[in-house]
Write a protein that binds this ligand. Sequence first.
Ligand code: NAI
Ligand code: MG
Length: 483
Amino acid sequence: METTMTFEYAPAPESRAIVTIKPKYGHFIGGKFVPGGKHFPTINPATEEVLSQIARGGKADVDAAVKAARKAYANTWSKMSGKERGKYLYRIARIMQERAREFAVLETLDNGKPIRESRDTDIPLAAAHFFYHAGWADKLEYAGLGTSPKPLGVAGQIIPWNFPLLMLAWKVAPALAAGNTVVLKPAESTPLTALLFAEVCQQAELPAGVVNIVTGDGSTGALLVNHPGIDKIAFTGSTEVGKIIARAVAPTKKSVTLELGGKAANIVFDDAPIDETVEGIVNGIFFNQGHVCCAGSRLLLQENVAEEVLHKLKNRMEKIRVGDPMDKNTDVGAINSKEQLAKIIELSAVGDSEGAERWSPACNLPSKGFWFAPTIFTGVTQAHRIAREEIFGPVLSVLTFRTPQEAIEKANNTPFGLSAGIWSEKGSRTLWASQQLRAGVIWANTFNKFDPTSPFGGYKESGWGREGGRHGLSAYLKGVSHE
Ligand code: NAI
Ligand code: MG
């Protein structure tokens, strides 16, 4: 008789005792917390518990923050040597490491992502971005970006909710290393780690006004974009808002970088190592609930291995643990907001009505909070909306192909071009495919690997410019090509 043993996991909750959340927050302007006017709640999407009241920045707040940033730029930061600036960045990086657990717990509470991911990915990578850019601060002359590279001035930075602290680090670290000062607006559903970061700036004794944080929603973001005292806008978020920003800055002298959406092809050739590939597919789409701009959301399977891959993928998906983000065993946490959940539900329903076949493992989803079971759609064609639009959730669209050329054509048939994945044991095929793919980041036999030294960014509607590496640094310096 065959017996299968399954081991249930006992709950392993992380304690939230390490964080102190104030009932209400203001903005961080000129090195101080200043009271806000109107407030709105930020919630824990796994429980719908209100965590705190967040200030909605208006015109006067944005204006004060831009003025503080300008003053700090003119009087302090642009006059300081790169070596001195670097010391502050190293200090921030070290404090972030020291307070990593606090940041991880707060990120998970405010965002809904599993503590395992905030602890092992978001926070260490955010600190790594500060360490990396700290190293550049006194070496800008040697970066191959001109003999005497100069900062742009004041940068307005607007970030999304999917990697709140990490996106802050992607924006703030290169800006400061290059000698700019910043006004940053975190996303309305995830402002808490940015506000904790403000405390870190105080703790590091960063000169007042070098980093300013104004909280609020899209209307606050728009005020920042349209403020005449801003020299550069850096944005990560939806392609829709990216287009609004591009139109707003077009008639101005503002520089702009846009990190927008994606619909990445994850291509599996028939010589791929199938078991490893299945892990990569799962990581590609279910990491961070699929709230990832570079997620491998279109799986392209070579026809002769499609059945085997799908069989193994479904088996693997049965083992994904969905639930309490604070549990150290959780793989997939809560959907970040009610609005995002509605969008995922709506696009998945379009998948059903267009004739694709939906499959999810049995999941016991919590009754409170926002949840969506890991889902795959098979029988998807290129015309389907779920093959074309960013779902930004744990939903994978599966297509097949017969020849490598067909895989490339299908992969490139998208308005986006942020990332792609290639699974093959043949190096020549991987190199050939990577040269044909129109995507800013291409992973081979892995997925969702990030490193501060490696430039990240897209083609077409995925955005303008690069973040990370020397390319990302150049986007905060005058007169340097941004591509
Ligand atoms: P969003 O683009 O509206 O929000 C991103 C940031 O931009 C937030 O801080 C928001 O307050 C701000 N913002 C909104 N409107 C603005 C405006 N007119 N001017 C300046 N700033 C503005 O994204 P949202 O609504 O949260 O998500 C909608 C969809 O966007 C998602 O379903 C997903 O497909 C995509 N998205 C992509 C992201 C990425 O990393 N590429 C991140 C977040 C969302
Ligand atoms: Mg929240």
